[in-house]
Ligand binder design. Structure first.
Ligand code: BES
Ligand code: ZN
Length: 625
């Protein structure tokens, strides 16, 4: 537990309250004792009073790199007289309510800053209304926002802005109840420079509006981590009846080709787990600095351009983000400690979608690569580490620290274990009901386990499968499902042949997908010396592959083995691409190859400004800035 369990907020006395409401109203003077253990979510200041609806009116100012405007909150007080919102580095201009006689200032205070969490904005609720207004603007410290210059876009003529709110960054661009358990609907009016298009995790335009004024509506209640906005010079292309893609003009054809299967995926997903609840499913291709592969913002998945491989081979990521429309966006992890309920279920669902639109052998390749990720994650964290539990303990920590492959892959293998034990049909029926019964609600690990025991498996089977060990124990239990792949066996024998013969031309790789190549490259070991590296590269051109997954996997070896032919490409990649999943292993390899950190820091000095704050934080920590 943290030392600052009890935080005394005495407003003016201790200078914690810098913002006095205008219009001569009284400022909060009473001291408020805030007890961390009373919080319904360990990463939010939210108390009893809850926001049910938000109305945003925002202006996106590229010149000053800020978003400014007002937020209207419709509040259910639930007996409380104060509203607690989360903010982090947001400037509060004024807080008021609309009385019958007009605007009346409301007293408010700010709690002391807490590491990772920011501050509580504590507002006296008015007696005569359930609506409260806040005028605010973002600051340079808004970690959710990445402002890109025109130079950093494909078109090079207009700047670009995107947000990344998960896990707890929504509070850096909107005063908000920022925990996955707090849901609200929202509307927004957003003004952007002429010629540009604004998009949100809501109903979206399909063409640029002359005035630069856009209106959005999200009718379904969503948690704050799914608040999203993107502004750029964008075009829309429909892909199917309910699906479409947004991208810069330079990328739209490529993107439309790459994601052509989206409508089929949507139909496959509905067939397995029931109707899609969000009306449309569109995607936006962001600039390469986007720190993730994809982000499941409702109605508008954000994706990295690094999955535009040209051959539709990396589209499992779309299946993944689409699957979140059920696991995560409909049934939401109650707190970040239950993160595996979002990601493990989604990986399981992703692989079921891929099996449906492709075949079992395809899904099994994904599962095997996932198992490799799981093993290396457990190795990195330590097999006894609490961070290898499915149920996490992130109180007092940055929730981002718990967002490892454990949730994804250990979660996946637990669900696969249950499926294999009870049979697919009963498991699907169980999951379909799980999504239906818990739509727009939150789920804790404990309630899921209770459901599992009451609806799907006997207490005996629960023991036999050692479910508690999976959820509350460390490492990978030894009843983890074994996955076999003929396709990967062929790859392994090709690699072994190459190791002894050194003949790259003899590798018969026609019809290999990205996954086979990844398996191949991941198994390059000490036996592959520089001469063999050269032969592989001459034959398959990994260094300049148009496939970022292949490049990133290959570069780990080129860096560690000192295959200098790739150095220039490595540097170019690290400057252009900000996807954390690629950056972390590559900077780690650079550190391994040069433990003084010289090379890593040299490249980072050129690259850092291109990265989103989420990636900057991780690399700063790795290189101990
Ligand atoms: N919701 C996650 C991204 C995320 C996780 C953002 C935690 C912030 C904190 C998204 O659905 C995701 O898992 N993306 C993966 C892709 C996937 C195919 C595993 C990614 O970005 O690599
Ligand atoms: Zn995910």
């Amino acid at each position: 537990m943290k030392a600052s369990l009890l935080i005394l907020i005495t407003g003016l006395l201790f200078g914690a309250c810098q913002n006095e409401p205008g219009n001569g109203s009284k400022t909060e003077k009473d001291s408020i004792v805030m007890n961390t253990s009373n919080r319904p979510d360990p990463h939010s200041f939210t108390q009893e009073a809850r926001v049910n609806h938000m109305g945003l009116n925002l202006k996106v100012d590229f010149d000053n790199k800020k978003i400014a405007g007002t937020a209207e909150y419709t509040v259910a007080a639930n007996g409380a007289d104060k509203l607690y919102l989360d903010i982090d580095e947001v400037k509060i201009d004024k807080v008021w309510w609309e009385s019958p006689d007009g605007e009346k200032a409301l007293a408010f205070s700010l709690s002391e800053k807490e590491t990772f969490l920011g501050q509580a904005l504590i507002i006296d609720l008015p007696k005569g209304s359930d609506k409260v207004y806040v005028k605010y603007e973002t600051t340079e410290g808004a970690k959710a926002l990445q402002w890109l210059d025109a130079q950093q876009t494909a078109g090079k003529k207009y700047p670009f802005l995107f947000t990344q709110s998960q896990a707890i960054l929504a509070r850096t661009w909107i005063p908000i109840q920022d925990g996955p358990g707090f849901r609200f609907s929202y509307t927004a009016i957003v003004e952007v420079p002429r010629g540009m298009m604004a998009l949100m995790s809501a109903s979206n335009p399909t063409s640029t509006v002359e005035s630069g004024l856009y209106r959005f509506e999200m009718k379904q209640a969503v948690p704050a981590y799914l608040m999203a906005m993107s502004v750029g010079k964008l075009e829309f292309r429909p892909l199917g009846e309910r699906t479409g893609i947004y991208a810069e003009a330079e990328l739209i054809d490529k993107a439309a080709y790459e994601f052509a299967e989206t409508e089929t995926m949507l139909e496959a997903a509905e067939k397995i787990y029931g109707p899609y609840a969000w009306d449309r499913y569109d995607m936006i291709v962001l600039p390469p600095s986007f720190p993730f592969g994809g982000m499941e913002n409702p109605r508008l998945t954000f994706v990295t351009p690094t999955i535009l491989a040209g051959d539709r081979s990396l589209t499992a990521l779309i299946a993944h983000e689409l699957a979140h429309s059920w696991s995560g966006n409909l049934v939401t992890n109650a707190t970040w400690n239950d993160f595996w309920l979002n990601e493990g279920f989604t990986v399981y669902f992703e692989r079921r979608i891929m099996e449906e639109i492709s075949d079992e052998s395809y899904a099994n390749m994904l599962a095997l690569l996932g198992h490799q990720d799981l093993e290396s994650e457990v190795h990195d964290l330590g097999k006894d580490s609490e961070d290898t539990h499915l149920k996490l303990h992130l109180e007092g920590r940055n929730p981002d620290d718990g967002m490892t492959d454990i949730a994804y892959e250990k979660g996946y293998f637990l669900l696969r274990l249950i499926e294999e034990h009870v049979g697919r049909e009963p498991f699907d029926a169980f999951l379909k009901a799980y999504f239906k019964d818990n739509s727009f609600k939150t789920m804790t690990t404990e309630s899921f386990l209770t459901l599992l025991k009451s609806k799907l498996i006997s207490s005996e089977d629960y023991e036999v499968l050692r479910i508690d060990e999976w959820v509350y124990g460390a490492g990978i239990p030894d009843n983890c499902p074994k996955v076999v792949s003929d396709k990967f066996e062929i790859v392994e024998s090709a690699l072994n042949d190459f190791k002894s013969s050194g003949n790259a031309k003899a590798i018969s790789s026609t019809n290999w997908t990205s996954h086979e190549w990844l398996h191949f490259i991941r198994h390059i070991d000490a036996e592959i010396n520089l001469e063999k590296m050269t032969k592989l590269d001459n034959q398959f051109n990994f260094t300049h592959s148009g496939n970022a997954e292949i490049q990133a996997a290959w570069f780990e070896h080129t860096i560690e083995k000192g295959y200098t032919n790739a150095d220039e490409a490595v540097e170019e990649f690290l400057i252009r691409v900000g996807r954390r999943k690629f950056l972390m292993p590559l900077y780690k390899s650079l550190l391994k190859a040069d433990p003084t950190g010289g090379k890593a820091n040299e490249i980072y000095a050129k690259a850092r400004a291109n990265y989103h704050a989420v990636s900057q934080e991780s690399i700063d920590e790795l290189l101990k800035k």
